[in-house]
Write a protein that binds this ligand. Structure first.
Ligand code: SF4
Length: 182
């Protein structure tokens, strides 16, 4: 059975996360919209995009300040960590975008497992229903994270912003105007 501790991609995944300074939200965004993930990776918001286009200085920029206040946690920012029982929790307002939020929560558990050498559990806490959703860290979930990290690396090195498509998320996305999906 594949566990985080015997996962063949463990070292490469960790290296990629550290090198690209990936956070949980990267793993959420990449599931939802590559355009949004690209903007987040390059730390570009709508106002900055206007400025860059105007001056012709658009370029990739993957370096952004990282929160090292949780040194030893790789700048991770899960909502709650139960150190005693090895469980990491991520709060979500609603139960929507299940796979995206599951990958975000799973990412935290994987990184904690790599750091501590122990298996961790991941739980998404849905605030609107007060329900807890266990994210099973099986081979399929680890493969999903591995593929997401690979796609994030490709996007980090990609100069052009990917095409966007109108999806339900657009209505609550801060890039809605930029994408023209108002
Ligand atoms: S507005 Fe829609 S297409 Fe544009 S980045 Fe946001 S989610 Fe993606």
């Amino acid at each position: 059975m594949t566990t985080i501790q015997n996962w063949t991609h463990q070292a490469a995944f960790y290296e990629r996360v550290v090198r690209l300074e990936l956070h949980g939200l990267h793993f959420q965004h990449i599931e939802l919209c590559e355009r949004r993930a690209w903007m987040y990776l390059h730390k570009i918001n709508f106002a900055q995009w206007h400025e860059r286009v105007a001056t012709g200085t658009a370029k990739h920029e993957t370096s952004y300040s990282r929160d090292y206040s949780t040194e030893g946690l790789f700048g991770l920012a899960p909502d709650r960590i139960d150190w005693e029982n090895g469980v990491v929790y991520e709060n979500k307002g609603t139960a929507g975008a299940k796979e995206a939020s599951n990958n975000q929560t799973a990412f935290y558990a994987v990184m904690l497992a790599i750091a501590t050498g122990k298996e961790w559990r991941a739980v998404t806490h849905v605030l609107s229903t007060r329900k807890r959703r266990e994210v099973v860290l099986d081979a399929a979930r680890l493969q999903s994270l591995w593929e997401a990290a690979g796609r994030l690396e490709e996007l980090a090195g990609q100069r052009e912003v990917p095409a966007g498509a109108a999806i339900p998320l657009c209505g609550t996305c801060s890039l809605e105007r930029f994408c023209g999906f108002e």
